[in-house]
Design a protein around this ligand. Structure first.
Ligand SMILES: [Zn+2]
Length: 44
């Protein structure tokens, strides 16, 4: 899953396609969305 780096719009198209643009803002900068895993450590 990729997201546009500008408007955070999820990119549904194949990121490997040449010349892909964000459907919303036309940006060509994307980043791979990582599952936001937060490790919560409770310290006592
Ligand atoms: Zn965008």
């Amino acid at each position: 899953m990729y997201k546009c780096a500008v408007c955070k719009e999820p990119i549904h198209a194949n990121i490997n396609t040449v010349g892909i643009q964000c459907e919303r803002c036309g940006s060509k900068i994307f980043y791979k969305e990582r599952p936001n895993v937060k490790k919560v450590v409770k310290s006592r």
